[in-house]
Every structure is written in structure tokens, then in C-alpha cells.
Write a protein that binds this ligand. Structure first.
Ligand code: RB5
Length: 141
């Protein structure tokens, strides 16, 4: 599985931890930036990650900013993207099962790396339910 990841300055340090964790788990990782804690504009990185997910060159995306909110708003502007802002493992599991989310957003100023890595693992490891009602609902937006 290939995972595309992006961040802004607020998410940079947490992104490095997530990238290391994903590589340790054996996933292929496409790091789309940013590359430092210097102030930058999160929509640029949201677009880079969502484009690569839509092109199917990556299976899932992860976006990290300070709150995760800006990234999730920007990511959901790309047609076909279902970006979920998750700061707990229940939501990370449910959004894969019910919404077939293809991008996970997190806020590095909201949660610490321990919880963030558990959320990442839950998101990646939970499959879509494929239930008819969830397919129908997703197809409505
Ligand atoms: C940057 O200061 C901050 O606004 C950004 O990381 C994010 O939280 C936006 O939603």
C-alpha cells in the first residue's frame, strides 16, 4: 500500500514521526512536503496529496496541520476525496467503515504523537464495510 502524506509548518514535526512509523510498518510513503517549520500555506499541500490519491498513484492520504481543520476543509474541495478529521480511534475506524474515507486529517496542536500513530494505524487497518447503505450514502455527495 502506498500512502501520500503532507503537512504545513504546524504539522511538520508530527509528519516526520508518522512517516517513520509508516516506513517501519513497511508502507511505501510519498512525502509531498512541506519540508520545514517555516510558515507556509496548507491548501498547497492538501491539493498535492488529494491529487495523487485521486490519480490512484497513492491508496490513501494523510494531512497534518495545526488543527487539522484547514487541511480537511481544503482536501474535501477535491472531487472524489472524502477527508476525515480524526482525533480519536473510534472516529478513525468509523470513517473507514462507514464513509470509506480516503484521506485522514489530524491536528498536531490538538493531539500528541502517541495517539496520532494509533489513529493512523486504525485508519489504515480498517476496511470499508461495503454495506449497501454506506455505498448509497457516499454516492449522494
Ligand atoms: C497555521 O498557523 C494554522 O492555521 C494551520 O496549521 C491550521 O491549523 C489551519 O487550519
Amino acid at each position: 500500500m502506498k500512502i501520500a502524506i503532507g503537512c504545513d509548518h504546524g504539522g511538520y514535526t508530527l509528519k516526520l514521526e508518522v512517516v517513520n512509523h509508516l516506513k517501519e510498518r513497511g508502507f511505501e510513503v510519498e512525502d509531498m512536503g512541506c519540508d520545514s517549520e517555516q510558515s507556509c500555506d496548507y491548501p498547497i499541500y492538501a491539493k498535492k496529496v488529494t491529487d495523487i490519491v485521486i490519480s490512484k498513484k497513492a491508496d490513501l492520504g494523510i494531512l497534518i496541520c495545526g488543527t487539522g481543520i484547514g487541511m480537511s476543509m481544503a482536501a474535501n474541495k477535491t472531487e472524489g476525496i472524502r477527508a476525515a478529521l480524526c482525533h480519536d480511534t473510534f472516529s478513525a475506524e468509523a470513517t473507514k467503515e462507514h464513509n470509506n474515507a480516503n484521506v485522514l486529517c489530524m491536528g498536531a496542536r490538538v493531539i500528541g504523537p502517541g495517539l496520532a500513530l494509533k489513529i493512523v494505524d486504525t485508519f489504515i487497518d480498517t476496511p470499508f464495510s461495503n454495506d449497501e447503505r454506506h455505498i448509497r450514502r457516499i454516492s449522494m455527495f
